[in-house]
Design a protein around this ligand. Structure first.
Ligand code: ZN
Length: 248
């Protein structure tokens, strides 16, 4: 979860600051990775280690839904309206959202962008914004994992019919098979967590992200990281690759 101060800054246009002192060397990074590869955990590790501000569009949207609509920025209101109508938030709206908060990118802490850019058009807009701010990306971390491992990871999730709490058959098993630890309700596998649904989602992610990965690869910015192993192992790998790729 991104820190609340950053979310407040993003939603209400406050100054984007972190509790930590400013790092000597601010890192400007983009994170890519399919659902289930553990990108969120790596973002938290990286944010702690590098002092960079983590900006996740997923967190921003979740926070915006809970916020007072009148207090949101114009682009954010457009985004919420699209989501309420069950539509995708357009590239233009997403770009406008980030542009409104460009000051967050130039805070001096560095940033980790998660969920943006999502398309080549958004990536081009980001390049322009950064050029205007006199900044450039240090790298794009692309977390990859074979499809079948992601399917294994995600399809183990079970949800309680009564209280919606979740468990995982391998990583967070309930005390009693099929029974919710919290309320004793029955655990079941949601449609979204079935292997077929997960494969469809991964395929869609792959198709939409491939051009973006190519875009950054052509610029020499793509850093591909295997997301196999424990979060600590993945992080050690990330640090080593980052050190190699980024010269001070
Ligand atoms: Zn329950």
């Amino acid at each position: 979860m991104a820190n609340q101060g950053v979310l407040q800054a993003w939603l209400y246009g406050k100054e984007c600051v972190s509790m930590e002192p400013k790092p000597a060397r601010p890192y400007h990074l983009v994170l890519l990775g399919a659902p289930g590869v553990g990108k969120g955990t790596q973002a938290e590790f990286l944010s702690e280690k590098l002092g960079a501000v983590q900006l996740s569009t997923g967190d921003v949207f979740r926070a915006a839904k809970a916020a007072d609509a009148g207090a949101l920025s114009p682009a954010m209101q457009d985004a919420m309206a699209a989501m309420k109508a069950g539509k995708l938030v357009s590239d233009d709206t997403v770009i406008a959202m980030v542009r409104e908060r460009a000051a967050c990118l130039a805070s001096g802490y560095g940033f980790l962008l998660d969920g943006f850019p999502r398309t080549v058009q958004q990536a081009e807009a980001l390049d322009e914004m950064l050029a205007d701010l006199g900044l450039k990306l240090d790298g794009v971390l692309n977390y990859t994992l074979p499809t079948e491992i992601v399917v294994q990871r995600l399809s183990g999730r079970r949800t309680c019919r009564q209280c919606q709490a979740t468990a995982h058959v391998i990583f967070n098993p309930p005390k009693q098979d099929g029974v919710c630890d919290k309320c004793g309700g029955a655990l079941f596998q949601r449609e979204d967590d079935r292997p077929e649904s997960i494969r469809v989602r991964l395929q869609a992610y792959e198709e939409s992200t491939a051009p973006l990965a190519q875009y950054y690869d052509a610029k020499g910015l793509l850093i591909t990281v295997s997301a196999e192993g424990s979060p600590a192992e993945i992080f050690a790998r990330t640090e080593a690759l980052l050190k190699q790729a980024v010269s001070d």
